[in-house]
Design a protein around this ligand. Structure first.
Ligand code: TPP
Length: 522
């Protein structure tokens, strides 16, 4: 008779999850007995790396990824990355080891005393099956929930003595993953679009995640709408060089209202309306404007303070609006102002680095970014041109960037991937460099080294700090990224002189395997 292990591996195979991201402990080892050849195991040296890689891989392959963590301590280490996967709406099936059922009554070494609550509330579903033979069913249920919009991580805790128990195979099922718009709400949103005079679109993470880039461009062109990227978007859903592109909205109420001023209809696509980072007062919308939202997450629809929410798959909703809307001809909105050219100087301005990177990279290279204070500069100097070429995290939790860079590269064989990461951010999951080396992925890591937590220093005035006043815990002297990279087996070099930057980046973008470029900036 087959075992739980046989049935689970068979199920994972039929779901296309034959890559297991993990960091093992004694409570998980039985899963790997007679490990089949068509499976691969990607070892992460810290759980932030394990889950970050899986998240990037799932997004790049547009499929759920399977993760295996070590009981309580492994899940604990992974928690920040699980929070990020939840906010990213990335489908991850996380299995966590647990001590053997036969000794659980005696609070054994490594047991997880409350495994289903440990990762809550940042998993959509969490279970430790009542019997060993229920494990495949639990994994199947978890998988269907993870891949249903809004996607997200789920967790199954598996006692170590379950794997060798007899168990029947489980047939995979077809379970729908997306919803279609409710007709009367669709008619209402289409009417708003057809009857307004100056529409604006706010495009969020959900557009690119749902493969709706082309439809969004088409809808924006049909309506001559100005297109903004939603605050804190983790993906880019509109070409940065398009004449309708207006820029990026900040995560601040009054500034959003200011940016959208003059528009009478605002259509938010695949984003919350709106994500705020700091306190704000007053209206959420410019006077006289209406808002409609196309969103796949009923919870996000529920908390929006204003507007009509159409809950459905983002691509389904935009496609339906393409069918349903036929506006009168409208004049083209004004073009976005170009940023002034960044000039080289010493120390190197971040704007000069990003402008140069824009000039030397091919438009289809993939950027994975985690560099907080450089983000607004990137918005001016480094446009995103194509679908599925920009990834960051929606959570604000650092430690995603380096790990996700590796996961994305693993999920997009042959693609050049650039990991654009701050010196501070990189240290939360620096071990990911080791995976890039072991897998010989064509990654160019660019560490923007300003030797500090600049984003926090720039934020301090919000809390009453005077300009230049010392902020505790925000200086990062003495980190040598060339040495750190070499210690992980990764080729590396440092550039400080703006005159050498372009050639250094050009050759680093040709590397066969991974290379790290530490750029010292102002
Ligand atoms: N810890 C986690 C897990 N996530 C966070 N967002 C923070 C702490 C707070 N935080 C936000 S930005 C930042 C920190 C520590 C600084 C990041 O430094 P770096 O990557 O060097 O970028 P810079 O701010 O210098 O642009």
């Amino acid at each position: 008779r087959p075992t739980v292990r046989d049935a689970v591996l068979d199920l994972l195979r039929s779901f296309g999850m034959t890559t297991i991201f993990g960091n093992p402990g004694s409570t998980e080892l039985a899963l790997f007995l007679d490990f089949p050849d068509d499976f691969s195991y990607q070892l992460g040296l810290q759980e932030a790396v394990v889950v970050g890689m899986a998240d990037g891989y799932a997004q790049a392959t547009r499929k759920a990824a399977f993760v295996n963590l070590h009981s309580a301590a492994g899940v604990g280490n992974a928690m920040g990355a699980i929070f990020t996967a939840y906010k990213n709406a990335t489908p991850l099936v996380i299995s966590a080891g647990q001590q053997a059922r036969s000794i659980l009554p005696y609070d054994p070494f490594l047991s997880s005393s409350d495994p289903t609550h440990l990762a809550m509330p940042y998993v959509k579903y969490s279970v430790e099956p009542a019997r060993a033979e229920d494990v495949p069913q639990a994994i199947a249920r978890a998988y269907y929930m993870a891949t249903q919009a809004p996607c997200g991580p789920v967790l199954v805790s598996i006692p170590s003595d379950d794997w060798n128990r007899p168990c029947d195979y489980l047939q995979p099922r077809t379970v729908s993953t997306t919803a279609w718009p409710q007709p009367e709400i669709l008619a209402q949103v289409a009417e708003m679009l057809n009857h307004c005079e100056r529409p604006a679109f706010v495009v969020g993470t959900g557009v690119d995640r749902d493969g709706a880039w082309n439809e969004t461009v088409q809808l924006a062109e049909r309506h001559n709408a100005r297109v903004w990227i939603a605050p804190m978007s983790a993906r880019c859903g509109f070409p940065g060089d398009h004449p309708l592109f207006a820029g990026y909205l900040p995560a601040e109420r009054a500034k959003i209202v200011g940016s959208l001023g003059g528009h009478d209809a605002i259509l938010v696509l695949g984003a919350p309306a709106f994500t705020y980072h700091i306190e704000g007062e007053g209206p959420h919308l410019p006077a006289g404007a209406s808002l409609a939202q196309v969103i796949d997450d009923p919870a996000i629809a529920a908390w929006a303070p204003v507007g009509t929410a159409m809950v459905c798959g983002v691509r389904a909703g935009i496609s339906a609006l393409l069918q349903a809307s036929s506006p009168p001809k409208r004049p083209a909105p004004p073009l976005r102002q170009k940023a002034p050219r960044a000039e080289p100087s010493s120390p190197m301005p971040v704007a000069y680095l990003l402008q140069t990177l824009d000039e030397v990279r091919a438009p289809d290279t993939v950027i994975v970014e985690e560099s907080p204070s450089a983000r607004p500069v990137m918005h001016r100097y480094m446009p995103i041109y194509q679908s599925e070429t920009f990834y960051t995290m929606a959570s604000g939790g650092l430690g995603y960037g380096l790990a996700a860079t590796v996961g994305v590269a693993l999920g997009m064989p042959g693609k050049r991937v650039i990991g654009l990461v701050g010196d501070g951010s990189s240290m939360y999951s620096i071990q990911a460099l080791w995976n890039a080396v072991q897998l010989q992925l064509p990654i160019t890591f660019i560490i923007i080294n300003n030797q500090r937590y600049a984003a926090l220093q720039e934020f301090a005035h919000t809390f009453g700090f005077k300009p230049g006043e010392h902020l505790q815990g925000s200086e990062l002297p003495g980190l040598d990224f060339v040495a750190l990279a070499k210690g992980h087996g990764c080729e590396a070099l440092r550039v400080e002189d703006p005159a050498l930057l372009a050639d250094t980046l050009k050759s680093a973008l040709q590397s066969k395997g991974p290379i790290l470029v530490e750029v010292r900036v102002a």
